[in-house]
Design a binder for this molecule. Structure first.
Ligand code: ASP
Ligand code: MG
Length: 410
């Protein structure tokens, strides 16, 4: 007997029919004698609908009240799923985040989990009940309803698995695992049987949308055994996220190719090359709450240097405006230029630690297609480049091929 936490995403519970299918799947696990906690998202489209509704009332909705509104999607699903299970003759009990209780800080719409009180859940599990918990939501110290940010049900699932010390946390979604890259761009993309936690963290932060990044961070911190599976297939092992990369290294050097279309590049030209300049450029950007991703500063020549960085495309105009009107004059830079039609492509793999030549292979592959690299950044297990957005698909395809990613694991 194992304690299993299963999380079902919005598409998996997107209609009454699908909710009944999920109940059947849960029933199978129950019949095997396992203890089960299920975390669910809102039915697909529901959170978007609720946000749009709120915006019709208030163009910039009050965050506390927005959380009151958008947390309702999940409350509907837990009730419906519990009914479906009871209809199959199974003992089920639904819980909202505050009933559990999942205590968070008070950062409405992006709250962080502080603690989970597992006592009630334990008692019900010992009673043989199947627990259905609303994802994405919690409660702060003062009793306010909070939500965890878009995609936050993944984090609820992993956090509950950590709190209960579950044997496995299964994330059911509309794809059957984590792929070497997005199959819509590369049809030959292949499901990975395993991926290391560190690789998954890179893939999630570099634009692979399978798991909310915070759920991966949580899994790493508490060593939760995480598996991504399809809720539409009867069988299938999905992708297991592992913590040991030793056997991994012998198999594949590169595990996947992540990409992100939302990058915009900004360059401050002719910046005086002296202490404090990076701070004077990026300080105001950070103060304006604009996230900065890649940062590159050139070697200074004749006392000046160029300084480039990327931001999310949505924040490009704001950042340009800020730099042109508040920073350029102040620091005596020559010009501020930018391009919001850029994209980032990254190759990821723990095997990079023990193999040389990955970067040169990546750069040669892109060069052979005439794709210009505008920026480069690396970490121990990834290499990212910024390129013109119009070459994004081509770049992903040729890199996927160059690194033999369509081939089966050894
Ligand atoms: N329903 C929320 C969203 O759409 C949370 C989730 O599905 O994970 O973002
Ligand atoms: Mg999701």
């Amino acid at each position: 007997m194992a304690l299993i936490v299963q999380k079902y995403g919005g598409t998996s519970v997107g209609s009454p029919e699908r909710i009944k299918n999920v109940a059947q799947r849960i029933a199978k696990y129950k019949a095997q004698g396992h203890q089960i906690v299920v975390v669910v998202s809102a039915m697909s489209g529901e959170t978007n609908r609720l946000i749009a509704l709120a915006k019709e009332i208030q163009s910039n909705p009050d965050p506390r009240e927005l959380d009151v509104v958008i947390s309702t999607g999940e409350q509907v699903t837990i009730g419906l799923l519990a009914m479906a299970l009871k209809d199959l003759g199974l003992p089920a009990k639904s819980y909202t985040g505050s009933q559990v209780k999942i205590l968070t800080n008070s950062a409405f719409t992006k709250a962080r989990i502080v603690s989970i009180d597992e006592e009630n859940m334990r008692n019900d599990l010992d009673n043989g009940d199947i627990l259905i918990v609303a994802g994405f939501q919690g409660m702060d110290e003062a009793g306010n309803i909070t939500t965890l940010g878009r995609g936050g049900s993944d984090t609820t699932g992993v956090a509950i698995a950590a709190a209960l010390n579950a044997d496995e946390c299964q994330i059911y979604t509309d794809v059957d695992g984590v792929y070497t890259t997005d199959p819509r761009v590369v049809p030959e993309a292949r499901r990975l049987k395993t991926i290391t936690f560190e690789e998954m963290l890179e893939m999630a932060s570099l634009g692979s949308k399978v798991l909310q990044i915070r759920s991966v961070e949580f899994a790493g911190k508490y060593k939760v055994k995480l598996r991504v599976l399809s809720s539409f297939e009867e069988e299938g092992e999905g992708t297991l996220i592992t913590f040991e990369d030793n056997d991994k290294m012998e198999q594949a050097i590169i595990s996947g190719i992540a990409f992100n279309r939302d990058e915009a590049k900004i360059t401050v030209l002719g910046v005086p090359d002296k202490p404090g300049i990076a701070y004077q450029v990026l300080g105001p950007v950070a103060d304006a709450n604009i996230d900065v991703d890649m940062i590159i500063q050139n070697v200074g020549v004749d006392g000046t240097t160029d300084f480039s960085f990327t931001v999310h495309r949505n924040e490009f105009a704001k950042a340009m405006d800020l730099l042109k009107n508040q920073v350029q004059q102040h620091i005596g830079a020559r010009a501020v230029v930018g391009d919001d039609k850029t994209a980032k492509v990254s190759v990821v793999g723990v095997g990079m630690r023990s193999h040389v030549g990955i970067a040169s292979k990546m750069f040669r592959t892109l060069a052979e297609e005439g794709i210009n690299i505008q920026m480069i950044s690396t970490s121990e297990i990834k290499i990212s480049v910024v390129i013109d957005e119009k070459y994004l698909e081509l770049a992903v395809r040729v890199l996927h091929k160059a690194f033999d990613l369509e081939q089966e694991d050894a």
